[in-house]
Write a protein that binds this ligand. Structure first.
Ligand code: SF4
Length: 268
């Protein structure tokens, strides 16, 4: 992992995501290195165009300084940590920019929404529990940790994420799971067991399909050929435009959530 340092002009940026107002991305790049990551286009900025996504992270070393200034001036609104990086990726242990951001946002009374694949979020429960409005979401793509090893090599194991969700929920903080991107057939394996576990630890789930964008298909193909070679033709057919795979999955996951009493939003 190549870790660099850079400065940013602004950090509390307007977000195009409907449920939040701002996004804070303290890092450029992401050590979780997910194969399907849509944020890989970020590599084009900062001189990383030819580097493998997941092999570099730039730390925005003046992020907290900027946030102090911007949080004091901007209208209050929900802040997402983060939209094009993971706020609790491994470098956060050392740099603590997410923790520092939470302190500033708490001081200025901005509600926060956290989305991560790392149980490092537990380190910051002391801050998260002080917000009047705060939610913590974990992305879980599949129940089988072998899928995580192939598609999300740097992220926390699935079991650690599920345990962390329980811990956060026990604090009385709103929790949710982002089931996505749904990887054809792989995300279906063990889905009942996953939803059984989530039923007692999340307030709702959000489900999204896999989109082929930002040049992620070559990496997906490589991961499939290394980890699931027999599945490759079926997988590729399922993500194709003419496929009915995701319509069927939508019906099935909606029903599985309904019988467990889990509110479920499907966003595709
Ligand atoms: S954790 Fe999120 S931002 Fe990081 S590589 Fe994975 S999908 Fe991309």
């Amino acid at each position: 992992m190549k870790i660099g340092e850079r400065t940013c002009k602004t950090i509390l940026g307007k977000s195009g995501i409907g449920s939040v107002d701002y996004a804070v991305n303290p890092y450029l790049g992401c050590g979780h290195g997910c194969v399907y990551c849509y944020a890989r286009f970020m590599g084009r900025w900062g001189g990383h165009a030819h580097e493998e996504w997941g092999s570099f992270v730039d730390v925005k070393v003046n992020a907290l300084e900027r946030l102090e200034v911007e949080a004091a001036k901007k209208a209050k609104g929900v802040v997402l940590l983060s939209s094009v990086t993971d706020p609790y990726q491994p470098v956060e242990r050392k740099y603590e920019l997410t923790r520092g951001s939470l302190k500033i946002l708490l001081e200025h009374q901005f509600p926060v929404s956290v989305l991560t694949k790392s149980d490092l979020v537990l380190r910051d429960l002391d801050l998260l529990r002080q917000f009047d409005r705060c939610d913590v979401g974990f992305t879980i793509t599949a129940y089988d940790d072998r899928v995580r090893k192939v598609f999300e090599p740097g992220a926390s194991p699935v079991e650690a994420r599920l345990d962390a969700l329980k811990r956060v929920s026990e604090e009385g903080i709103t929790t949710w799971a982002f089931l996505g991107p749904i990887l054809p057939y792989l995300s279906e394996e063990g889905l009942d067991g996953l939803l059984d576990e989530l039923a007692s630890s999340v307030n709702h789930v959000l489900v999204d399909r896999l989109n082929i964008k930002s040049g992620n298909m070559p990496q997906i193909r490589r991961a499939l050929s290394e980890g699931y070679p027999d599945l490759q033709p079926l997988f590729e057919a399922a993500v194709g435009k003419e496929s009915g795979y995701y319509a069927k999955f939508k019906r099935e996951v909606s029903e599985k959530c309904r019988v467990r009493g889990i509110p479920c939003d499907i966003i595709y």
